[in-house]
Design a protein around this ligand. Structure first.
Ligand code: DA2
Length: 264
């Protein structure tokens, strides 16, 4: 099994993360300032995503990353490989994402003299508290919704990327840097537009059970969210998700492509 794709995915995930960090900090109201936790989590998850995608495509089409430029795989194969990558990355992402959402929604300010002690003091403390209070399965709260969110949307991510690269690259050549940047950026936006409705529901499921259980399941969460807030609830965060998605995924794909060309 070729491992370069896992390593390239790891490094490119970390590069994309550095660019996306200001957006995440805005989303997290300045709370989530440290870089070590996001680097550890996003880089691992991105490595799984790109490694599984590329190796599944290799299994389905018997072509390596370089050979695929000469002989473009069918969109069905690209979609299936993307969905497989999305499905597996969702399970790796689940505990990290849960911690991020719990810290993000924490209303108490950071520990300050005289102010009430926040429930979670940081990512490690948050993980340990969830493990203690909700059991090991608690760390995977919302994982099912995350899988529903990521399986098809990662398929869309890779179809958009490969489709745009194919469209703007002469037959048999590698896409130019400009093409990779634009295709990667739009792949990020397309996947986040498709993912935002379930992203909203996923975050609610991850917060559920913290004080008391509100929803009976994903469907119940969807129905009661729409009843209370209207259909607009599904588009919460769409603008910031898309604004973040373009630069993050543009540089993620650029560094991924260049690392593989450099090693290949
Ligand atoms: C849930 N969605 C939209 C995805 N998983 N998309 C594919 C990768 C996105 C990239 N790691 C990012 O953080 O933008």
């Amino acid at each position: 099994m070729p491992v370069e794709e896992f390593v390239a995915g790891w490094i490119s995930g970390a590069v994309g993360l550095v660019l996306g960090h200001p957006f995440d900090t805005v989303k997290l109201l300045g709370f989530f300032k440290g870089m070590s936790f996001p680097i550890a989590s996003i880089a691992v998850v991105n490595s799984v995503l790109f490694g599984v995608y590329s190796n599944t495509l290799l299994l389905l089409t018997a072509t390596s990353h370089q050979e695929r430029r000469l002989q473009t795989p069918s969109y069905m194969h690209i979609f299936l490989a993307g969905c497989t990558g999305g499905f597996l990355q969702a399970y790796c992402l689940a505990p990290f994402d849960l911690i991020k959402v719990r810290l993000q929604n924490q209303t108490e300010p950071r520990a300050q003299l005289g102010s009430p002690r926040p429930r979670y003091l940081g990512p490690m403390h948050c993980a340990a508290s969830i493990f203690r209070e909700e059991g090991p399965r608690g760390l995977f709260r919302g994982a099912w919704t995350l899988t529903l969110r990521d399986t098809p949307t990662v398929g869309i991510y890779f179809i958009t990327y490969e489709g745009l690269c194919h469209q703007y690259t002469p037959e048999g050549q590698n896409p130019s840097s400009a093409t990779v940047l634009v295709a990667g950026g739009f792949a990020g936006i397309a996947s986040w537009v498709a993912a935002t409705p379930l992203d909203v529901i996923k975050s609610r499921m991850q917060m559920d059970g913290l004080r008391r259980k509100v929803y009976r399941g994903v469907l119940d969460c969807m129905v009661s969210s729409v009843r209370q807030e209207g259909l607009g609830v599904f588009f919460r965060g769409l603008t910031i998700n898309s604004a973040r998605a373009f630069p993050v995924n543009a540089v993620t794909f650029l560094s991924y492509e260049y690392l593989l060309r450099w090693w290949g």
